[in-house]
Ligand binder design. Sequence first.
Ligand SMILES: CC(C)(COP(=O)(O)OP(=O)(O)OC[C@H]1O[C@@H](n2cnc3c(N)ncnc32)[C@H](O)[C@@H]1OP(=O)(O)O)[C@@H](O)C(=O)NCCC(=O)NCCS
Length: 178
Amino acid sequence: MRMTDIPYVMAIERRVFPLAWTSGIYRRELAANPWSHYLVLRSTASDYPPLLAYGGVWRFDQAGHIATIATHPDYTGRKLGGYMLIHLLLKAYEIGCTEATLEVRASNTAAQALYVRYGFEIVGRRRRYYSNDHEDALIMTRPTLEPAPLLQELADIETELCQIWSQSAVNLSTSNAI
Ligand SMILES: CC(C)(COP(=O)(O)OP(=O)(O)OC[C@H]1O[C@@H](n2cnc3c(N)ncnc32)[C@H](O)[C@@H]1OP(=O)(O)O)[C@@H](O)C(=O)NCCC(=O)NCCS
């Protein structure tokens, strides 16, 4: 993610999150948080929005914390969230993490299903975690970030993506050098 992506990130963020981050939060994350890494999934085709998905991971000691993840709301259900999540997990491995963790709203069953699909399990609950409506957060972790299974998951989802999308429409901007 670059500074110039932030308006497009915000266009998605405001539509999908009840407690949206501000553009200032993203600017600070990109400029001043050395422990964070943000990825975007760009479209290069003119009939798609410029960004189709984005996400971020923070390193806390050995844990990669999935700070945020979202798919453009007009393009959900087409494997982009899974693709972004696997890239975030690969990034977490690349920066030295051995496990992944996150918080998710108790009511957000779509996101929970995504995380379970990619190896996370519920390990706890933070009561009244969200400041706007005091909804509980579930804590989920993926206990390992071994590269071989992750790369296999990436290969599998790329096969599925190719069946859904023409390759020219999407292009992940950050490569993962493992
Ligand atoms: C959660 C989110 C990122 C999923 O993105 P997506 O592009 O639709 O996800 P995918 O198409 O890659 O789905 C991957 C898996 O997630 C699960 N899943 C995703 N959406 C689901 C839904 N609505 N219901 C049930 N399962 C769902 C499925 O297991 C799916 O695997 P499958 O395709 O093999 O069945 C997207 O819904 C989103 O942006 N939500 C708003 C933001 C948000 O809540 N972020 C998470 C904050 S913790």
